[in-house]
Design a protein around this ligand. Sequence first.
Ligand code: ME8
Length: 532
Amino acid sequence: MPSKFYITTPIYYVNDRPHIGHVYTTTVADVVARYHRLKGDDTFFLTGTDEHAAKVVDSAAKNDVTPLQWADRNAKAFEDTFNRLGMTHNDFIRTTQDRHKSKVEHYVKQLLDCGDVYLGEYEGWYDAGQEEYVPENRAKESDYKSPINGKPLVRKTEKNYFFKLSAYGDSLLQLLGSGEVFDVKPVARKNEVVARIRDGLNDIPISRTGSGDWGIKVPGDDNHTIYVWIDALINYLSTIDTDDRRKYWPADVHFVAKDILWFHAVIWPAMLTSLAKLPGNEWMRLPRLIYSHSFWISEGKKMSKTLGNFIDLEKIDHYVETFGLDALRYFLATQGPMGTTDSDFSEAKFIETYNTDLANTFGNCFSRVSNMTARYFDGKLPTPTEEPESAVGIEHDRIVEQAVRDYTNAMESLELSKAAAAAMGIVRAVDSYIETTQPFQLAKQQDKLPQVATVLYNCTESLRIASLLLWPFLPEKVQEMWDRTNCNHYTEALADRGTGDLDLWQQWGRSQPGTHIQKGDPLFPRFQPAKV
Ligand code: ME8
């Protein structure tokens, strides 16, 4: 049954341009959003930029421009990159937009009025790079250096507005314990969060002073600016808090990486619990799932500009130019750090994945089948003349049916590489079916042509269903295949963030005999290493 589906990425800092990590999370979210649209769900996919960080002011000053000019420049780089890479977000939120700022003021005012935000004094260890205070025990553990970037922590005293996080530990533990309303995945990450909550939660400062005009002021107190993280988290709500979009809440998945899990798994749900207590806010329930992936490293090491292994926009564009957009998507989505270990982005692994799955399996199989259809049946899909089983001794339609089930289960639990493997499994089954039935040998005997017809029908039908499952990963090439196999109705339905009907479309036997099948260039030409 189609339903609504709301998925988000973090909103990214605009002190610099996007890199592979940002592209990764957005790609993964895009694959999942496309899958839900394919199913027919009313899907809302949000990404955007987090602009009120102090490091934006610093970078702007170094570049002799105003913070807003700097933010504009980099927000545009993010937006252009995501558009160029074919992301299908429904909105791109910038925290400097009025539609966001007015909502932040409104919610913070509500938190002040209900007493969950109060004025107090704070002294602690501040991590300037992360814009966050590090609790004493963690600061000590990391030798008073940033656990993230290793730079020394700074001792800071501030008069601040505080959020009563301490009041929400028990309810969070209870919710996480059942995992039914609100959950964190993978489970190892959830366990880490639970252990930290059990250590006890302190109230947290949610404002800072002395940041000039950059940021959103605490309502009623111009000396204080709302802490950038509180401002940023609210984006998930501010964007859809309109009459026609409120139906999307709660978010079904917030995709984040492990670096920012705490904010999403603890501070954000605590804020929402507090807000939802107020009259009129009952709809502000907790997000269903926070999914925290790990990091890409590059060529075996942490990405760094000085090491020269940083995967920046130029490198990303180079991969896209050399291998195509779908190849990058496929590599990120199937080889990425969705679990609790980091993944290595290496050129060798990229080429291997491309050649094995895309060139030698999917692309090659489609070429073989369309070439044989051209040669033996004049480019028209033949009518199967026997039951699928009898030609080969296997139940082809059932293999596909099982693969669709595996794919759907994997997609629903966000196991993207498993889902892609299920789809590729159909293609591999077609390859071995061709090996077993040898249609190119059969075709030499005129009286065997009916058998060849059955084989090619089964192959085409299997590839059609595989292509539907692969579309979220490989939208460009799958559409090219649909153009060549008269399946443009899928393209049309899914264009412009439209929705499909996977339940119906994946049914065996929907390909019409007589349909024109065009052969053409390989979808994924085999990669010759000399090209890099
Ligand atoms: O944290 N591997 O923004 P940010 C995989 N503005 N993913 C990576 C990555 C890597 N090496 N590096 C970054 C912020 N990411 C805040 C978020 S949300 C309300 C505010 C991805 O620009 C990953 O999704 O530092 C990570 O969580 C995010 O970029 C951090 O982006």
